[in-house]
Ligand binder design. Structure first.
Ligand code: SF4
Length: 236
């Protein structure tokens, strides 16, 4: 990514995001991403957990070679890393892998093993929240694959909003989509998906904190199951 200086103030960006959220509520995912690309250029990126490459695929249609940021926590399933490698190999995107400051072994040495079982909030802060904050510094706007139908905590996700924590514009182009919409887009465009999605997982995160979902559970029920935690802090 070539650094381009952001000329707008934080107040201007916040107002821009809030206005776009209203104006683009009924726009298609591709129109929302085209707006983001036209508005922010190289200071716009997509983040992907490599559960599927739907938003990365949409964004590459809006801007071939778009930056796709992937957070490698050191705890991913092999299938997730394989999906990341396949996305880089076959799609017109630039995958940028972020890593935490410490390896899992270094974290174990400082905090003790299996921090994810004892203090998942701290583990997520060290391995997800901080690296993403550092990795997004060069961008003004970032896109996510959040959907309103995934869980009650995501039901009010705007298609464009203001991320107060990072002071950036946050774009969620498929916020209004359902799982059926995602499945239809994947089928129509032959988009890469994580093989775990056909093995009982509805949402794919770090291996120690992800289980298969049961009949009738919402898509994110398999994340941090039994630990009273629903989000990693990236979207709070
Ligand atoms: Fe740690 Fe689990 Fe969070 Fe991954 S999802 S960073 S293993 S607590």
């Amino acid at each position: 990514m070539t650094a381009v200086r952001e000329e707008r103030t934080t107040d201007e960006l916040r107002a821009l995001a809030e206005r776009a959220g209203r104006d683009l509520e009924d726009a298609s995912a591709l129109e929302i991403l085209r707006w983001a690309v036209e508005t922010f250029g190289e200071r716009f990126c997509v983040t992907s957990s490599m559960e599927d490459a739907v938003v990365a695929h949409l964004a590459s249609r809006a801007r071939p070679g778009v930056d796709v940021v992937f957070l490698d926590t050191g705890y991913h399933f092999e299938e997730t890393i394989g999906t990341r490698d396949a996305v880089q190999a076959v799609m017109d995107v630039d995958v940028i892998t972020l890593t935490p400051r410490q390896t899992v072994a270094e974290q174990d040495a400082e905090y003790g093993p299996r921090l994810h079982d004892r203090d998942p909030d701290l583990c997520c802060a060290l391995r997800k929240v901080r690296p993403l904050e550092e990795g997004l510094r060069g961008y003004t706007a970032w896109a996510t694959g959040l959907r309103r139908d995934e869980s009650p905590t995501r039901a009010n996700t705007p298609v464009v909003g203001w991320d107060e924590k990072r002071r950036k514009v946050k774009v969620s182009p498929i916020a209004r989509w359902t799982q059926d919409d995602v499945d239809a887009y994947v089928a129509e465009h032959g988009v890469l998906t994580n093989p775990l999605l056909t093995d009982g997982y509805a949402s794919v995160g770090c291996a120690p904190c992800t289980r298969r979902v049961l009949e009738g559970e919402d898509a994110r029920a398999g994340r941090w199951a039994g630990r009273g935690k629903t989000e990693c802090g990236l979207h709070g």
